[in-house]
Design a protein around this ligand. Sequence first.
Ligand code: PLP
Length: 391
Amino acid sequence: MLSNKVSNIQPSTTLAITATAQKLKDEGIDVIGLGAGQPDFNTPDFIIEGAINAIHNGQTKYTPSGGILSLKEAIVNKTNQDLNLNYNTSNVFVGTGAKHVLYNIFMSILNEGDEVIVPVPYWVSYPEQIKLAGGTPVFVKTDEETNFKLTTSQLEQHINDNTKAIIINTPSNPTGMIYSKEELLALDDLIKQHDLIVISDEIYETLIYNGKHVSYATLNEDAKDRTFIVNGVSKSHAMTGWRIGYGIGPVDYIKGMTNLASHSTSNPTTPSQYAALTAYTEQPEYIQKMNEIFKKRLDEVYPLVDEITGFKCIKPNGAFYLYPNVKEAMNLCGYNSSSDFAQALLEEAHVAVIPGSAFGSDDNIRLSYATDVESFKTAIERIKHFINSKK
Ligand code: PLP
């Protein structure tokens, strides 16, 4: 019998859809995958070289649990410079991907019954990780009216004495929206009043096409002291498989997270840490190049999605997803849920998308443009044809 802990969690829908799409592909069916949550580029050569050199130099052994000092220094330098803050290496924990960092944060801050505010739509792993750590996710629905951003009154209705923390994901997966300084400041009063921990997931920080990234930690000294910044190389440097992410936060919690890692993962993979060190210390222009490619794609594919019958899409400002509201299209075609709609798109139109239900909002689907534009355009034609044939 599976433990209660594990039987209580849902499998990751994004990974499941990607696996089904791959299975259909393996059977020879020409499926276009718009489900991917990762850049479609290879990791750049200079980073691969960095890792290979490290392996040849014997960097293949255990390292300190929270990461090698030189990588922590590079992370501190980057963060202090970009955000104009004054962290030091004792504020940094390096883990096996941002996902693992988030898990260690929840494990280190939550006791049984503690509640965490999770704005909807949310990244798939937050609720399950919170539950695993003994906490309770408290979902706060946002929608297109506020560009999927949490407002003070929405937050106020869900805070109580058990509320321990809040997640702010900017730029957001799945919506691509970014919070402005004013919007974060509006939430800050309540957050302070209730003494909440802020988990600021900034993994798409470098992928912004309109506006600028604001980290909650930069609002004021008090905000910095209550914030964990979560980030990593997966999205910024096309390094999802290397599994390196980091958390920056209050020293005592970072010590706890490091202690936990020392008994679970030991350390993030050693050559990958050197690859990440190379990413943060060499060829900074790479980030800009990636950003320009994604911005160009967004400008090209966004209008195509917005004009599909029954789709309404807000133009995102960051990340690499479009999150159209497809309620009208589902009604036209006779589907009651985003998962049925996504399933039919996969099986009949051979286009893999992620149903909004995976992110807590059943009126939407997520399309990733981390794919070549020609394939994306073909996928749009298939979706249009599918809708026309059903309505
Ligand atoms: N946070 C968000 C919002 C994400 O979209 C992802 C990956 O999809 C992660 C965290 C985890 O990233 P990593 O590959 O570093 O574990």
